[in-house]
Design a protein around this ligand. Sequence first.
Ligand code: GRF
Length: 195
Amino acid sequence: RKIAVFASGSGSNFQALADAVSNGTLEADIELLVCDKPGAQVIDRARKLNIPIYTFVPNTFPSKAAFEQDIVNELKSHGVEYIALAGYMRLIGKVLLNAYEGRIINIHPSYLPAFPGKDAVGQALSAGVSETGVTIHFVDSGMDTGPVIEQEKIPVLPGDTRDTLQQRIQQAEHKLYPAILHKLLQKDTIGGIVQ
Ligand code: GRF
């Protein structure tokens, strides 16, 4: 299965997916990293791994449809079948959704539908909840609203700071994302029946 990873930030989930591909626990090929922030750390990670990179600057395009069309062209030229979002901090628009219907997956650092959108970790801390989580879901046009594939609860411990909680969440993400993606690709349920 040929996949692309979309990321805008540090890329620790991108790294976890790439590591899982290298050690054979995720049977897939990462054909492309798509990144909307040319200075992001994830780009260095991809470079070290010799994974092709497509970067773009959204506000140099006339519209979301225009930059997404370029992304789709790039994905098609690499034969990409599935997209894994890993900290790609933008809503997916119609052009990408139509081209990859049911084949775009996201990971979000909360137990959705709690704390969608930006800073889910900070939101959980401010809300004073005793547990939060990780969610892997299919992507639709909403903000973290698509059908849930898998969720894991993560405790919020007394004295947690944003850093300690984020670390706990990310440790779980780095295990869960490759494992769930592998399962989905094996069963080929992506694009088919949900759950
Ligand atoms: C992850 O926590 C993921 O759940 C969210 O964005 C974060 C990306 O972190 N969507 P990283 O760039 O993979 O380290």
